[in-house]
Design a protein around this ligand. Sequence first.
Ligand code: GDG
Length: 491
Amino acid sequence: MWTKESLHDLVTEKLKDYLFIVVSNREPYIHSYSSGQIICQVPASGLTVALDPVMRACGGTWIAHGSGDADREVVDIDNKVSVPPADPRYSLRRVWLTKEEEEGFYYGFSNEALWPLCHIVYTKPVFSESDWNSYKQVNEKYAESILQEVGDRKAFVFIQDYHLALLSRLLREKNPAIVTAQFWHIPWPNRDVFRRCPWEAEILDGLLGNDLLGFHIRYHCSNFMDTVDTGIEAKVDWERYEITRGGRTTAIRPFPISVDFENISEGAKRDEVLAEIERLKKRLGIGDEKIGIGLDRIDYTKGIPERFKAIDCLFEKYPQYKGKIVFVQAGVPSRTHVKAYQLLNKEIDELVEEINWKYSEGHWKPIIWLREHCPPVTLEALMRMADYCVVSSLHDGMNLVAKEFVASRSDEDGVLILSRFTGAARELADALLINPYAIDHFAEAIRNALEMPFEERQLRMNKMREVVRENNIYKWAADIISDLVKFEAGR
Ligand code: GDG
């Protein structure tokens, strides 16, 4: 079983001569002003939630966009600050982007082109030449910051996600000795879909600057191999899952990301969490009702409207549940600058209003909608007080909420309703698996969750807990580092 200590030992032994650098767009800690004071927040992002414990164990430098309005106030002359603020374990080096760069690189090419292209949930990607230029420019800016940080030392740079597809190639051109691995946190679609990107060749070439390229599941690896096979000049080795281009080879591997199981499991038992459950129930007016929860970034890939439609369908079919159950949806606003997200927020508001109007009786209403960024203790309380948790993504690389829910249930209770179209569904076979597009079937799954006897809930939860305990976030990081070291040694 991998722990933070064994990961630390692995890094000390295998990467002892190397500087360890993680790069991502989103930063793990954001400093901002609140009522004239500087506060530090943890963003709602699967990537940063997963990597923070890895960095705490490994040390090193995390390079990311400084997006908080007080971020500049707390850094030193190298744009660095030690984090986590209460117990510093590693350095966060901030990259500054102009408003125009944020618009074109982040909102534009990353989130209006690549995100919908890779998720295929019927939101059309928008390909704009100026967004693409901005994307290239920002990737160059990141490269400069990394090269400065590395200097003439040996370095292992671990690049995150779809915002930085060109980075490894840029680093390699300037400093071929840098070892890079990249993890793509979202799905990789089939080649016919990816072909629609006008800059397909540049993106594929950029990603093949890496020594190792990871996806959550093998299916995404195969889709990538296939896209390269038909998209650009390269030798694709299906036996070894390796691609050679321009004389250098990239290994393509699946690494299912995970959570810090022990920490979440132990944390959920704290008195503070139990007190928060009481506080929440009082605040939300919840009494003896059975509780369902949803907890997401508000994103059109997460299947939030489908979830509410299933609840509507449940009450249509089984009106006896009126007054007996309640569904708490916590949703943290995300990318609201993008039109598709504005439309989604409007759709969600209208659906909640319509369903609550249709079924509410006296003080009771079926859906409690919390559109806010919840502090960690509130998330822990929600997970712990739920009778069932719904993860209904229309498509999701992994989905950490599903694994966090399982990890938090040290009481061995609670039912997970999980979309088949998440990476997590490959591992969590004891969840109630659903197709979120099939609303009737989805409503039946909620009924099953509500009626499931304790023995079955316990059996399923324990099996899922075993899977997440064993395949925790430290194993994910250790597997990547071990594969990279093996691959480098075999060159
Ligand atoms: C991408 C991929 C992949 C949610 N609300 C709040 C909050 N959260 C936290 C959750 C969870 C994280 O945000 C969301 O993680 P997901 O994995 O579900 O989703 P994405 O952000 O889309 O992540 C995904 C992931 O990368 C990792 O590879 O699993 O497939 O899309 O940790 O608990 N956190 C706080 N307040 C909230 O209100 N603090």
